[in-house]
Design a protein around this ligand. Structure first.
Ligand code: NIG
Ligand code: FE
Length: 416
């Protein structure tokens, strides 16, 4: 597409436009809450890129074809970035949800061969087309909730064919693929060691061509720290960047391992104690907070306030999956971040935009509304952008612009 040939997109007369300040990433400490906040604002997009942002009074006439979007009564925030989902699965876990409601625990169900392994059975039974359709459906739900970039993990196949099909399905839906080859030990293996040997030998070489990241579930009943180290080192040697599920139920050495290996993020942290908070704050590892998962499992919340106050870099994500967080909404996660994690709305917004983009190694392109960034913008039907977190569970998304195009059936009434 030659520059100037396609019409530009002008979002005009916005009540407010809010974006994380500066260009640094990740934001930590007090800087996490620093936003640039413009009233009566516009965003001008040239193709997939933001060309200019400013106040209406400073808007100069725009040459050439322009598609205008009416921003009156609306607030613009950056397209939301979901850096932790398990969006590639078949079936559901509604029966398990009902059992948990009558007292069964998530860990008990897992130990009895349900939980993750029941989704593994359903995912193995689905073909690649069905899996791709499932990821497309889930990506559509996320987009309607304002998510313009998502990561998704495999980990419900755990055999060669289904793991590779999962990674292809994620890529085909525009997701950023993470190989979660070490999510659980599948039933055909006696122990974690034998399974790891198989998956690193038989699956990793091809998974490394399809994924950007590798992840492991380091937890009692899943993989221990030595096994996680072995898996992650092999994945790093194969060219993957590293993530880690850690401290979800117990502190089993995830934070020391994350720091030792210099992983991109350690995710969950509901069980993290004071020493873990201090260690993470001194490191470059991002702590990814998943309050929808803690809420859904009725678990303690991660020590998010302590992490931010100690200077740790944190991001927010949904953890969208059928078992522990059947929730695709980052606005809902922002609300939980304010009421349960004691983050401010500004900190929550930065955590699921620029800091989440940093986790995905894309902070120079996404997570902000600023010239040169990808033109990903969410329009909120609200008089103040903080309704994003304030209006609990509301559908506030009036429009989504992704790579400079109005997407979905959420076109602003002002679009021509
Ligand atoms: O992040 N804890 C490990 N994996 C997912 C849950 C997966 C599932 O229950 O299906 C999580 O919570
Ligand atoms: Fe997860």
């Amino acid at each position: 597409m030659s520059r100037g040939a396609a019409p530009r997109l002008l979002i005009r007369d916005l009540e407010q436009l809010v974006t994380p300040a500066g260009t640094a990433a990740p934001l930590r400490g007090r800087a996490l809450g620093d936003l640039d906040w413009l009233d009566d604002a516009f965003v001008l997009c040239d193709g997939p890129t933001v060309e200019a942002v400013g106040r209406m009074r400073d808007l100069r006439p725009v040459d050439g074809d322009v598609v205008e979007v009416d921003g009156r009564g609306r607030c613009a925030v950056p397209g939301l970035v979901d850096c932790h989902t398990h969006a590639c699965f078949a079936g559901d876990r509604v029966e398990e949800f009902a059992l948990r409601a009558s007292g069964a625990s998530y860990e008990e169900l897992h130990a009895a061969g349900g939980g993750i392994l029941s989704t593994v059975a359903a995912t193995r039974a689905a073909g690649e087309r069905e899996l791709a359709a499932a990821v497309r459906t889930h990506a559509g739900w996320m987009l309607r909730a304002g998510t313009t970039t998502f990561e998704a993990k495999s980990g419900y196949g755990l055999d060669r064919d289904t793991e590779l099909a999962s990674l292809r399905a994620i890529g085909a839906s525009g997701g950023i693929a993470t190989w979660l080859g070490a999510h659980a030990v599948p039933p055909e293996f006696d122990d974690a060691e034998a399974y790891l040997e198989f998956t690193l030998r038989e699956v990793l070489p091809d998974a490394a061509q399809l994924a950007e990241f590798a992840d492991v579930f380091l937890e009692r009943g899943a993989f221990d720290a030595d096994q996680a180290r072995r898996y992650l080192q092999a994945c790093r040697d194969a060219g993957l960047a590293l993530r880690l599920h850690g401290d979800q139920f117990t502190e089993a050495g995830a934070i020391p391992l994350a720091i030792e290996l210099g992983v991109r993020s350690v995710d969950h942290l509901e069980a993290t104690g004071a020493a873990g908070v201090r260690a993470l704050a001194r490191s470059d590892v991002v702590g990814v907070l998943l309050p929808a998962s803690a809420l859904f499992l009725d678990r303690p919340m991660a020590p998010a306030r302590a992490l931010v106050d100690a200077g740790a870099a944190v991001a927010l994500a949904t953890d969208f999956n059928p078992g522990s967080a059947f929730c695709e909404s980052l606005p809902l996660v922002c609300s939980l971040a304010c009421t349960q994690l004691r983050l401010s709305p500004a900190e929550a917004l930065a955590a699921c935009t620029v800091n989440a983009a940093h986790v995905l190694d894309r902070a120079s392109r996404i997570g902000r509304i600023a010239p040169g960034y990808q033109a990903d913008v969410v329009l909120l039907d609200a008089p103040d952008w903080r309704y994003l977190a304030y209006h609990l569970g509301a559908d506030l998304i009036a429009g989504v612009v992704r790579r400079g195009e109005v997407v979905g059936d959420v076109v602003s009434p002002g679009a021509s």
